[in-house]
Design a protein around this ligand. Structure first.
Ligand code: IVH
Length: 663
């Protein structure tokens, strides 16, 4: 074994490297559990060899997210970290330590979900929001106000507030938003974010606030730092109520428990409920409830002695990677996907996992035939963590991405400044097929009878090269395709005819403009009303749309300025496709022209089911409550949007009332 000084120095350097990647670059290369293991290993070594100076050790600090481009700000009260554990036994020991310290007290603990987001401290002075600051090094953080103040549900001012108040919580990103952004980044061959937490961390540190605004962040508050005059609170459990009354989004559920054993039962209950929460959770935080006792228990250099984080193990499994298949996106980007021997993970069967790009495969040296370790990051997307090298077949060879492309006859180039391979030529039949499949898909023009096999034949036979060509197809041409007869040919002709009347946003989405997903298409429709207005809009005009940042604005402007696309639009117009939002609104629908906002968890409907019902009734959904909102449909835990609806006097519906309205 290495001498302890060498081992300690090596571990410290390694942990510092991971701290930089996690806190400063928001691009960690190992998962939380692996990181926590390194830290535990270092802490054990340091404890066994106390002679090695460890004031500067990463075990004694909270990491540091500060960047030079931001102004830093001193927290009035430091933002500390928490000791964490993955073991029930250690959690009980934490309780026993406190029982020993306070033998005469019946200790109550508050159990809270631990949110997997980015810590933030909001300062309010005389009830007015003045600043948002990142945790930084715990003492001093970056002023991220411009990227935070627009987060929905954050009150600008609070009533009956203390003179100075620091409210503490986490900024996070919903999984849908994470997916939306990664899909567009993929299309632009930019590096993908590994999980919503990293993307949220990257977003609050963007230098362009318009860009940050285009990514939807959410926030939840659970604590208080400085509070002047002091003693507004005497127990942890009051904070939640108080924050809620001030209009902050708060935790959906907390447990006030008697003793550490009961706290453990609540953690178990939390584990069964947490998938339904709107924010990602990676554990529970157990806090002594009584502030007087908290004060007496005190702190170590980085964490309170009165609280502990219990982290849930991410579910992992070993399985065989059967092959690496290549998926081609609508703009020609090639994404490698691991095809796995199906395996049970966190309650679902996993048979595919994204491998992101060539560099990721090379870094982890992933090869077909390998046994790999898969994990559901944030409990949702399966990830290949690494290879079980001991199980690698003797004849295995490193995966050659370029060769694999050539073997499959895919003509692609690697982006000079990115990690993605892309089919560059618009004349490439595979790229044409993907663009057509995207156009015909449910999320776009929803053209029945135009599945992948039909698209493939149409392109192979040279009948269709772009989306406008679809509308020139004749029944006779279709009859020549495999498996087409009188009826199926007529059905497709009819389906294409019907599609001409689709809502404008469906067409916008279907055009395949890089970066523009379904929600952005809806935002564009709502703002500009006609396709011609969008086509004529300047980058500045486009940036004015809520939800459209500078990169997307640039991309939309560039797309419409391209001569080929201009003639494509002309041809679509000549074929009679709907370019006008007013024409497409279901004027006879019960919600025709109405704007609804969904918030909280509804008892039976999912978000997308409720959205479908609204759109079928001619209405439209928006993500934020404003004076233009006609109804807010509110489920459980609908804090800030609900509060805003009340403030603006917008009608609020629960699920039964909503169903009565649409059905
Ligand atoms: S209390 C003095 N409660 O987890 C301790 N922290 O790993 C203050 N976190 O720094 C923290 N959910 O950024 C607390 N319900 C919760 C939390 C929570 C997430 C974060 C927080 C903290 C980190 C420690």
């Amino acid at each position: 074994m290495a001498a302890p000084d060498k081992a300690i120095a090596k571990l410290r350097a390694e942990i510092e490297k991971h701290d930089r990647l996690y806190y400063k670059s928001a691009q960690p290369v190992i998962d939380d559990q692996a990181y926590d293991r390194l830290k535990a290993e270092l802490a054990a070594l340091e404890a066994a060899h106390p002679s090695f100076e460890f004031e500067d050790s990463p075990t004694q600090s909270v990491g540091d997210d500060r960047l030079e481009s931001f102004e830093s700000y001193q927290h009035r009260l430091p933002m500390l970290s928490l000791d964490n554990t993955y073991s029930q036994e250690e959690l009980i020991e934490f309780g026993q330590r406190l029982e020993k310290r306070f033998p005469d007290q019946a200790l109550k603990y508050l159990v809270e979900p631990k949110i997997d987001g980015v810590a933030v401290s909001l300062t309010y002075e005389k009830g007015e929001f003045v600043r948002a600051v990142s945790r930084g090094n715990g003492t001093e953080g970056d002023d991220i106000s411009s990227n935070v103040r627009h987060i929905e549900g954050l009150p600008d001012c609070i009533a009956d507030a203390p003179d100075v108040l620091e409210v503490r919580g986490e900024i996070y990103m919903l999984h849908e938003e994470f997916e939306r952004i990664n899909v567009t980044r993929e299309a632009e061959s930019q590096a993908l974010y590994a999980n919503p937490r990293n993307l949220a961390a990257g977003t609050i540190k963007l230098l362009d606030p318009a860009e940050a605004r285009a990514r939807k962040l959410d926030i939840v508050l659970y604590g208080v730092g400085a509070c002047e005059p002091a003693r507004f609170f005497s127990h942890q459990a009051e904070i939640q109520e108080r924050l809620k009354a001030w209009g902050f989004p708060v935790l959906e559920k907390i447990w006030l428990t008697d003793g550490i054993e009961q706290a453990w039962s609540s953690i178990e209950e939390l584990d069964t409920l947490r998938q339904k929460f709107s924010y990602p959770t990676d554990g529970a935080v157990v806090k002594l409830d009584d502030f007087r006792l908290q004060e007496e228990a005190g702190f170590t250099s980085k964490a309170p002695r009165w609280a502990i984080a219990y982290k849930f193990e991410a579910e992992r499994a070993e399985t065989l990677l059967k092959e690496i298949s290549l998926q081609i996106g609508r703009t020609g980007v090639v994404t490698p996907v691991a095809i796995l021997e199906p395996v049970q993970l966190a309650g679902t069967t996993v048979s595919r996992a994204t491998l992101h790009n060539e560099d990721e495969i090379r870094r982890k040296d992933i090869r077909p035939g390998d046994t790999v370790l898969v994990q559901k990051a944030g409990e949702i997307i399966p990830q290949v963590l690494g290879v079980v090298k001991s199980k690698r077949p003797a004849d295995s060879q490193a995966f050659d991405f370029g060769q694999h492309l050539r073997d499959l006859g895919i003509v692609a180039e690697r982006d000079p400044d990115g990690a993605a391979w892309r089919i560059v030529s618009k004349d490439d039949p595979i790229r044409q097929q993907r663009a057509l499949q995207h156009f015909a898909s449910r999320a776009c023009m929803d053209i029945e009878n135009l599945g992948s096999a039909v698209v493939e034949q149409l392109v192979d036979r040279g009948l269709v090269k772009d989306i406008a060509d679809l509308y020139a197809l004749t029944k006779e041409q279709l009859l020549e395709l495999d498996k087409f007869a009188e009826k199926s040919a007529q059905n497709l002709v009819d389906a294409l005819e019907v599609s001409k009347q689709r809502a404008l946003w469906q067409l916008i989405h279907g055009l395949g403009i890089p970066h523009v997903g379904k929600q952005s298409a809806k935002d564009l429709e709502a703002h500009f009303v006609t396709l011609d207005h969008i086509a004529r809009a300047s980058e500045e005009d486009l940036e004015e749309v809520d939800g459209i940042g500078s990169i997307m604005a640039q991309s939309i402007h560039a797309w419409f300025s391209d001569g080929t696309n201009d003639s494509l639009i002309h041809r679509l117009r000549d074929f009679g496709l709907n370019f006008d939002a007013q024409r497409s609104a279901q004027s006879n629908g019960k919600l025709s022209g109405k704007i609804l906002v969904l918030t909280g968890t509804l008892p039976t409907l999912t978000r997308s089911e409720a959205t479908d019902l609204i759109e079928k009734a001619g209405g439209r959904t928006s993500s934020s409550v404003s004076k233009k909102t006609d109804y807010v449909v509110a489920g459980e835990a609908s804090g800030s949007k609900y509060a805003k609806a009340v403030k603006l006097g917008v009608a609020i519906l629960d699920e039964p009332a909503f169903l009565a309205l649409v059905q």
